[in-house]
Design a protein around this ligand. Structure first.
Ligand code: SF4
Length: 451
């Protein structure tokens, strides 16, 4: 395959990002290069067998796919079920039953694994009633061993906090929540069909901290209808609360947002990035430390271990609609993301995988390189040796030489980039077969949408 020019490669990356409905567009191998995994149940089992031979360090990710209503900016394949009534109750009943069947498929493979992190994402997991929450955690602990000290994170809507739910979270071992605040501006929230009380954010933060539960707050920069003043004043209000971690996402107008489906455009990408950078400077002035490319925390320990420790020797088993699994050194795959598609498979005791890719230890080295160069603009050579039992500068000699030409330098045991070189590092490190598969997917399936 002929090498892509810089410009063509940037266009390729942008097209891959547009295919994404997972948030995993930029991982390695990137989502756009994955293939149909609908019939790969046996291959997935074998991949986990290989992977658990390489490492037993693993986290569990469970996706709860429901929301009350859909926010216009959201690209995730969530299902809106309202806040009460038979539809809500029946949906959760069917979900918990199918989730138990999916967990049962994996339980024998993981019988010698003690999960060290647990992340409950969504959707809106905090929509579960206290009884549903207890049932949810009980089924996971019945099927899997979870370490007593496992960091257990749950995503939460600020309006959902009640004393009964907090008691359920404490009893079920929830040690941290991510409050999806997104914006502190009522006009922006209304324009994006997001129902959320602003006073509830402070109340939720205080109630969680009183229970000793860590708090992350997520905001989005570049939302439709949001201007500079709105974003910065919202961030200042959040900083005043003093959460353990603040996550600044960028609004990505994939074809799966209601905003895009109704003809809405995203703001200028560079202006949004500059505003987000200003947000990070505000956080730094308030004493927050950089955790990764999207978040800052009060201390380095304020991080979500499951999402920030992935560049090491670690796997994640994903359950639920749209959950992504990462079998270290062996595979990546995503479950069917649509509620009906996942339910049809998982509810019948069948593997609900949809798209994926088999990979090997070399891909993990590439994954580490891309993650470290994106998040820290540097590779710690001793860390790389410890994780991969290999010398970074030897394994990636041509790539390191090209980065040196672009200004990278070796100092203090780290190979450092002069600034963020997001596109260049991907152009250097993506393997030709990954690019070829990505290009073929772009031609064949312009939008491998959730099913
Ligand atoms: S942003 Fe959160 S609450 Fe809104 S639709 Fe997406 S997952 Fe649901």
């Amino acid at each position: 395959m002929a090498e892509l020019s810089e410009q063509a490669f940037d266009a390729f990356l942008a097209a891959l990002r547009r295919l994404d409905y997972t948030g995993y567009a930029e991982q390695h191998p990137p989502f756009g290069s994955w293939q149909d995994f609908g019939r790969q149940g046996a291959g997935i089992k074998a991949a986990w067998g290989r992977s658990l031979g390489l490492t037993k360090e693993a986290g569990l990710f469970v996706n709860v796919p429901f929301c009350r209503a859909r926010c216009r900016f959201c690209f995730l394949p969530v299902t809106a079920i309202g806040s009460s009534g038979e539809k809500r109750t029946a949906s959760f009943r069917r979900y918990l039953s199918a989730l138990d069947k999916e967990a049962a498929l994996y339980a024998p493979l993981f019988k010698n694994v003690r999960f060290s992190t647990l992340y409950i994402g969504g959707g809106t997991p905090s929509m579960m009633t206290p009884a549903e929450t207890r049932e949810f955690f009980a089924l996971l602990r019945r099927r899997f061993k979870v370490s007593r000290s496992a960091q257990t994170v749950l995503e939460l809507h600020p309006d959902d906090v009640t004393e009964e739910k907090l008691s359920a979270y404490t009893d079920c071992g929830v040690s941290r929540v991510c409050i999806g605040v997104q914006s502190m501006d009522a006009e922006v929230l209304n324009a994006n069909s997001r129902r959320q009380g602003l006073a509830q954010v402070a109340a939720a933060h205080a109630a969680l901290k009183a229970r000793g539960i860590g708090v992350n707050i997520d905001l989005i920069c570049g939302l439709p209808g949001q201007d500079r003043a709105s974003f910065l004043s919202g961030l200042k209000k959040v900083i005043k609360l003093g959460p353990d971690q603040v996550h600044l996402n960028t609004f990505i107008n994939t074809p799966y947002t209601v905003h895009a489906m109704t003809g809405g455009k995203a703001g200028d990408e560079r202006a949004v990035e500059a505003l987000r950078a200003q947000g990070f400077r505000l956080l730094a002035r308030a004493g927050y430390l950089k955790i990764d490319s999207d978040s800052m925390g009060r201390t380095k320990e304020s991080r979500n271990r499951q999402t920030t420790d992935l560049s090491g020797r670690r796997s994640v088993l994903g359950l639920g609609p749209g959950a992504v699994s990462r079998a270290f050194g062996a595979a990546r795959y995503i479950n069917r993301a649509g509620w009906d598609g996942w339910l049809a498979r998982a509810g019948s005791g069948l593997c609900p995988a949809d798209r994926g890719v088999f990979c090997g230890p070399e891909d993990e080295m590439i994954y580490s390189a891309l993650t470290k160069f994106t998040d820290e603009q540097a590779m710690d050579l001793a860390w790389f040796r410890r994780v991969h039992k290999a010398d970074f500068l030897k394994v990636f000699a041509p790539e390191a030489a090209a980065l040196k030409t672009a200004g990278a330098k070796l100092s203090g045991g780290k190979f450092r980039l002069p600034h963020n070189m997001w596109g260049l590092v991907r152009r250097l490190f993506y393997r030709p077969d990954v690019i070829a598969r990505g290009l073929a997917n772009l031609k064949r399936v312009r939008r491998p949408g959730p099913r």
